[in-house]
Design a protein around this ligand. Sequence first.
Ligand code: GLN
Length: 465
Amino acid sequence: MGLFRKTATELIDMLGKKLCSPEEILSSLKKRIAETEPYTKAYITLPEGPIADGLPVAVKDNIAVRCQKMTCGSKMLADYISPYDATAVRKMAENGMTVYGKTNMDEFAMGSTCQNSYFQTTCNPWGTSFSPGGSSGGSAAAVACGSAIIALGSDTGGSVRQPAALCGCVGFKPSYGAVSRYGLTAFASSLEQIGIISRTVADSSMLMDIISGKDTHDATTCELPLYEIPAGLNGLRIGVLDTSFSRSVEADIAQAVSDLAKLLEKNGAVVSTISIPELKYSVNTYYIISSAEASSNLSRFDGVRYGHRAAEYSDIEEMYERTRSEGFGKEVKRRIMLGSFVLSEGYYDSYYMKAMSTRKLISRKLDECFANCDVIISPVYPVSRLGFSNSSLSRSLYDADMFTVPANLAGLPAISLPVSLSADGMPVGIQLMSARYTDHRLLRIAGYIEKMYGGFNRIAEVKCR
Ligand code: GLN
């Protein structure tokens, strides 16, 4: 059996017992990458002369790794080399892990298909004519087909959980502040977190223990408080999210959520329905706030300090203009314009401030729910097959983020768990969400649910269909 089929925790155990060597893991992985990359195109950069050292981890290309390229999927940073390690990357290195490969993504993490990458479009290994999701689509596709063992992604509005769901992986977004954002290229700073894509809950928990914690480089970080961990599913209070605030959910997915609710009940959980009609404002609120923050964060790409600079210009104004016109793709420009608009005088109150108070309202409603329930279950994404489209910029793509963005607006931990395959063989994921800072408890509960299903943990064989 190829070592690439093993999980991260299994490989760490084997390394500890000297049952395999880092060289053997690397060579198995390289072979798998050679087999799958022509079809999946999950990586933007693969190391040329890799050193076998501990467990290899794939990293989304908006996370800094010292002396390696970090493109953020953009022409703007096509030749940028990071001078430092992100805190998460430094912590992995301190724990015997090495970065192996930078994965493809939608430009500056804006998108849900991987089609907004300047470099290539990643394909879903479960069916290559479908999208792996995004924006961390490269990380999810790689973990799904075994061209990575485990990977880091980033989640601003669902970018870890949504591709994980579409690729049949576990995708974990920590509470806001649980993992340092130092070295993560900022898109919408108040919403995003580095997250983990893996094949099992145990792998996500293991890596979360390593990358989380207070960091002097990110003032929003904290140590996660310790909460009592339930011994099992018995007595657990589960809220099933009433999805009538949203547009229709694919039958296979709605079925998976109600099957899960029934199974949980059978296992002693107390299941009730949770209705939060205010969630219908989540998508609008998210796109106003995230675009506002993006327009400010991306102003640093001006051709002066780093990144792309236009070749010809007559004065500095024209240099900025040309640099930004040439360096950014369509979707990024759209968001910068939208963000500048909602922050401009005359519109600030009616859009940005309104979105900020709606965000507060949504957070409060969610907090109220967690007074009476431990976990809210829902779909991750309304469909299990996401096609590639000519215009990947449509409003309906934004709307499909309705189940993932609430956790970002409220800073909550959330996990996408693969539970089954749809009638046509595509993975189906469900989302579990819990109160802020209860990350460890959520992971433990997710582990019980994974076990109840017998564990998904499958490697996609890369189907061209
Ligand atoms: N699809 C969302 C967006 O386009 C989420 C992106 C993310 O989480 N980085 O903004």
